[in-house]
Ligand binder design. Structure first.
Ligand SMILES: NC(=O)c1ccc[n+]([C@@H]2O[C@H](COP(=O)([O-])OP(=O)(O)OC[C@H]3O[C@@H](n4cnc5c(N)ncnc54)[C@H](O)[C@@H]3O)[C@@H](O)[C@H]2O)c1
Ligand SMILES: O=c1ccn([C@@H]2O[C@H](COP(=O)(O)OP(=O)(O)O[C@H]3O[C@H](CO)[C@H](O)[C@H](O)[C@H]3O)[C@@H](O)[C@H]2O)c(=O)[nH]1
Length: 329
């Protein structure tokens, strides 16, 4: 019996595959390599290059492999892009998940752990955010992820599928071995973009807005190490395999850092002055997102191992220094 990881050539998916294989699991990866990289896939995983919107290809995979559970990362995930090209998000995220669930139901595969996001909350009513708090996305990306959660819920009622939605906050850092790390093209995430300055790939970092209602006017986010996220997926899968009910969990460290604070930590870690320039706000950004992850700790037994921001940034710096072009050389 194998675990199917959709989007396992991407950033968080590839780290989860490494943890699954380290834990002795049999792993199948499927990815269309839209934003992922073949080189990020663990050599012990069986790889299928396919698009989850291709029903015939997904059916063929379920017919060839014996799958006990699915971990679903395959989606488009850039907040800014979702505001200018929302239909890409409906197509890839909602249509992709529709086709996937149709195929799972048809093949009797009934357990799925999937990537949701802090962007489902929108502007939070309070921080730290609890899973039961209001969900009112401020960007189309978050809207499609919330709709994916609801799609799972209705599919569960009708067909008995069981799911765990993991609402991650800001994923960052790299595998402790240095073998894999974050590689997006174009890169939009704050920490890898800041690290392009000491790496000689950009002159300065743009700060998107300094007029938010936060302690220094820049947006506050909760940064969580990718290996800690990966571990949570294994715990969530085992929870479902042990008969656990449908559930939603936040995954973050419970501590918020402003954009300026992240730049300061990165200056300390790299020893580079990292010039910063204040720019206009980016559309769709909530002022602050900080998780309460007590539920994941209590119900799943999740224990983040890399909670300090300088440890997280150091692991990202090691990866980017050694792989300035990501997986392309
Ligand atoms: N990076 C973050 O901070 C963050 C935070 C919250 C949630 N998430 C969610 O986690 C998941 C993974 O994020 P990531 O940063 O690793 O992104 P990523 O872009 O690196 O990985 C996504 C992977 O899915 C693949 N993919 C996309 N559409 C596909 C399709 N139709 N068929 C097959 N494969 C497809 C891509 O090629 C890629 O390998 C996404 O669903 C994202 O929404 C990410
Ligand atoms: O060059 C940059 C890039 C980002 N930012 C700011 O840094 C913060 C973090 O931005 P990221 O793009 O790194 O991350 P987001 O918070 O926008 O989004 C991330 O986390 C979300 C959940 O919080 C989603 O799930 C999404 O997939 C994931 O990219 C934001 O305030 C953003 O405006 C800058 O100031 N300059």
């Amino acid at each position: 019996m194998a675990i199917l990881v959709l989007g396992g050539a991407g950033y968080i998916g590839s780290h989860t595959v490494y943890e699954l294989i380290d834990a002795g699991r049999d792993v199948v990866v499927a990815d269309n390599l839209l934003t992922g990289f073949r080189a990020a896939v663990h050599p012990k995983a069986r790889f299928y290059e396919l698009d989850i919107r291709d029903r015939k290809a997904v059916d063929a995979l379920f017919e060839k492999e014996t799958i006990e559970g699915v971990i679903h990362f395959a989606a488009s995930s850039q907040v800014g892009e979702s505001m200018v090209d929302p239909l890409k998000y409906y197509d890839n995220n909602l249509w992709g998940t529709t086709v996937l669930l149709q195929s799972m139901v048809a093949h009797g595969v009934d357990k799925i752990v999937f990537s949701s996001t802090a962007a489902t909350y929108g502007e939070p009513e309070r921080v730290p955010i609890l899973e039961s708090d209001r969900t009112e996305p401020t960007n189309c990306y978050g809207e499609t992820k919330l709709a994916m959660e609801r799609m799972m819920s209705w599919t569960s009622r009708a067909h008995g599928l069981r799911y765990v939605a993991l609402r991650y906050f800001n994923a960052c850092g790299a595998h402790p071995s240095g073998a894999i790390g974050e590689a997006h093209d174009p890169e939009t995430h704050l920490i890898p973009l800041i690290l392009q300055v000491p790496n000689g790939e950009r002159e300065k970092i743009s700060v998107f807005g300094d007029d938010y209602p936060t302690r220094d006017g820049t947006c506050v986010r909760d940064y969580i190490h990718v290996t800690d996220l990966a571990q949570a997926h294994i715990l969530a899968l085992d929870y479902l395999l042990a008969g656990g009910e449908n559930n939603v969990f936040n995954l973050g460290n419970g501590v918020g850092f402003t954009v300026k604070e992240v730049i300061d930590v990165t200056r300390k870690v790299t020893g580079h002055p990292i010039p910063a320039e204040i720019c206009p706000r980016r559309a769709g950004d909530p002022a602050q997102l900080v998780a309460s992850s007590e539920k994941a700790k209590t119900v799943l037994g999740w224990k983040p191992q890399y909670a300090e921001l300088d440890t997280i940034v150091s692991s990202a710096w090691t990866w980017h220094k050694n792989h300035p072009n990501g997986y392309q050389g």
